[in-house]
Ligand binder design. Structure first.
Ligand SMILES: Nc1ncnc2c1ncn2[C@@H]1O[C@H](COP(=O)(O)OP(=O)(O)O)[C@@H](O)[C@H]1O
Ligand SMILES: CC(=O)N[C@@H](CCC(=O)OP(=O)(O)O)C(=O)O
Length: 310
């Protein structure tokens, strides 16, 4: 057969195949779109996941799509690496205890400026540029997150005495008032929230973004809590992805050291959420394009899903 004709046939075959594959993806997505219609989902967008501008653009597009197919996405963002960069530029030393940034007066000013100022508005702009209508908030707006100083203790191995650690203005949420978020349901508005809390006395608190996202997911009765991070999900001892994790399994992995560092507060937040009304928490790879869409709308999903019961 003439080479030109063969190549035309090959091209039309592969284009037909691509069209079929696209149609399959769409038809697979439809039942999930129906199922999640009207549901609220909280997406924690971590500082590591937002590093690459192209990924940030795709993330914004995905959030807009979720809203357009009838869900109520709420974005809670972090920005740890970006805060670190700004502190470095300002020559302010920063130290972490158990994954939490020790926050003095100078640091809290920078944290608020970077999170509620720069990063929040960048995400809002990206969503708006993707055709959405985003509104930026922090925990201070409409009393969204009331916080108090977090107290941490650590046992001194030598004296065996429990010591109170002073983390400065690190806060823990004591109350989330979702009233302002309820106002956005059934509108086109997508809330984007910085993890800054306010004390009863007006003190500004720096809240770990995972913790803030978990508190908001519980308060709004979210169906799903998504944690976008820089790994595929929870990895087992052989570094294989754990697709479905029960609470017992996670506790075992924390106890035997398989889950460490920042993954400990993340999984603890996920477990707390599912034990308090959130249907499922999912840890997904924020470095993968369309991570949330793949998780929500495909049979195979992505990342690690955590439920209260199997
Ligand atoms: N068992 C585990 N599975 C996956 N990641 C783990 C595990 N144990 C520890 N980690 C670490 O947890 C990190 C994610 O937590 P963290 O750095 O706090 O994320 P983020 O900044 O996105 O909130 C991973 O990059 C990985 O180094
Ligand atoms: C108390 C505390 O540690 N707060 C965090 C808040 C930002 C955050 O959590 O951002 P990521 O999700 O990107 O890590 C911090 O200061 O870095």
């Amino acid at each position: 057969m003439n080479e030109e004709i063969r190549s035309e046939e090959d091209q039309s075959e592969s284009s037909a195949y691509r069209t079929l594959a696209r149609a399959k993806v769409l038809s697979e997505a439809l039942p999930y779109m129906r199922r999640f219609n009207g549901q609220t989902i909280v997406i924690k967008y971590g500082g590591h996941a937002m590093g690459d501008p192209e990924l940030a653009r795709l993330f914004a597009q995905d959030v807009v799509l979720l809203k357009q197919v009838g869900m109520n996405p709420i974005v809670v963002h972090g920005g740890g690496p970006q805060i670190g960069q700004m502190l470095k530029q300002l020559n302010i030393q920063s130290e972490f205890v158990d994954g939490l940034r020790v926050t003095d007066q100078q640091t809290i000013d920078v944290v608020e400026m970077v999170l509620a100022g720069k990063i929040n508005k960048e995400i809002v702009s990206n969503i708006n540029a993707a055709g959405g209508v985003a509104v930026g908030l922090c925990g201070k707006d409409a009393n969204l997150i009331t916080a108090r100083k977090l107290t941490r203790t650590k046992r001194d191995p030598e004296s065996n005495i429990e010591k109170v650690l002073d983390l400065g203005f690190v806060g823990e949420p004591v109350k989330v008032d979702p009233h302002v978020l309820d106002c956005f349901i059934n509108t086109d508005i997508i809330p984007v929230i910085s993890p800054i809390g306010v004390g009863e006395d007006g003190q500004t608190y720096n809240i770990n973004a995972d913790t803030a996202a978990g508190a908001i997911a519980k308060a709004v009765g979210a169906s799903r809590l998504y944690m976008l991070t820089d790994v595929k999900g929870i990895l087992d001892g052989d570094k294989n992805l754990v697709r479905d994790a029960t609470i017992d399994h996670i506790n075992e992995m924390i106890a035997d050291g398989t889950i460490q560092g920042g993954m400990i507060p993340k999984t603890e937040t996920c477990m707390d959420a599912v034990q308090n009304g959130v249907e499922a928490s999912v840890i997904v790879d924020g470095r993968a394009p369309h991570a949330v869409l793949l998780e929500l709308f495909t049979e195979r999903g992505a990342g690690t899903m955590i439920r209260a019961r199997e």
